[in-house]
Design a protein around this ligand. Structure first.
Ligand code: C5P
Length: 218
């Protein structure tokens, strides 16, 4: 039904964004990229000289930036204080700082509240690390999407112009390590989630699997 919530969690670079956007487009649902929100919060901290490795400094500012997410799967948008930051949030600087910022409980409380507000009455595919476990445990469909690190790095490097697979892999693994090991809302397979390993699957095959789950459960 149109009030369905599809929660997709998983490691960095496992194909969550491409999968979720295609699923939402196929089923006429909205799409929310919660990683983009953590990235936008991080971008604001860096931009405003906040030491991202000082949890107290990050916590003190967690309520300051105004974040907005557009939920059209074909044209997702993210703004901070009214400025479009879609490009800036994909920088190496943000890649290196986003996981430490995301460990800060005040940041998570703020963004989880925003995410629940956007999910509202449902009709949405939501991607992140803690959607099925914390943000929306009542989701009708939960997917845990993973892939082998080398496959993830190769795909991500290709998206970024074919450069430096090794550095890309190191950056993905560093984020996974912090995301899985943190005290608050660690990356984990939520209760009731279906595990899809996309290592040897084409995007369309993963999309078909997730669409199938939605048809059967919603
Ligand atoms: O999904 P993406 O790779 O863009 O997310 C960037 C980072 O944001 C993750 O590595 C993680 O530290 C954080 N994140 C999170 N919880 C979410 C989504 C993202 O902690 N629900």
């Amino acid at each position: 039904s149109s009030s369905v919530v599809v929660a997709v969690d998983g490691t960095s670079g496992s194909g969550k964004s491409s999968t979720c956007r295609a699923v939402a487009d196929r089923l006429g649902l909205r799409y929310l990229d919660t990683g983009a929100q953590y990235r936008a919060m991080t971008w604001w901290m860096l931009r405003n000289g906040v030491d991202v490795h000082d949890p107290a400094a990050v916590a003190a500012q967690a309520g300051t930036p105004v974040l907005r997410s557009g939920t059209d799967p074909l044209h997702p948008t993210i703004t901070v204080d009214g400025s479009d930051v879609a490009v800036e949030i994909r920088s190496d600087e943000v890649n290196g700082a986003v996981s430490p910022v995301s460990t800060v409980p005040e940041v998570r409380e703020r963004l989880v509240a925003l995410q629940r507000e956007i999910i509202g009455d449902g009709g949405i595919v939501v991607e992140g690390r803690d959607i099925g476990s914390v943000v929306w445990p009542q989701a009708e469909v939960k997917v845990y999407l993973t892939a082998d690190p080398s496959a993830r790095a190769a795909r991500r490097a290709l998206e970024n112009g074919g450069t430096d697979v090794d550095a890309t892999q190191a950056s993905l693994l560093a984020r996974d390590k912090i995301d899985s090991g943190r005290a608050v809302a660690p990356l984990t397979m939520a209760e009731g989630a279906v595990h899809i390993d996309s290592t040897d699957l084409a995007l369309e095959e993963v999309v078909d699997l997730v669409v199938g789950l939605v048809m059967e459960r919603a």
